[in-house]
Design a protein around this ligand. Structure first.
Ligand code: F3S
Length: 65
């Protein structure tokens, strides 16, 4: 599973960070950044799905499984 964050869409709701702090961080402007680009470790896939489903701006996309 690959994770991608669209910085253009992110409005800083930070639900992603609240739900999956292993995958997301918050920058100085309150916007989300990925802690690691690319491949999501197996143990974090459920959290990645949860974060993607809860972003109101649809800024988080997942590909693969
Ligand atoms: Fe941004 Fe969505 Fe997270 S708007 S801060 S990617 S919940």
């Amino acid at each position: 599973m690959q994770i991608h964050l669209d910085a253009e869409k992110c409005q800083g709701h930070n639900r992603c960070y609240a739900l999956a702090p292993e995958l997301f961080d918050v920058d100085d402007y309150g916007q989300a950044v990925l802690t690691e680009e690319g491949e999501v470790p197996d143990e974090l896939k459920d959290k990645a799905r949860l974060a993607a489903a809860n972003c109101p701006e649809y800024a988080i996309t997942l590909t693969g499984d």
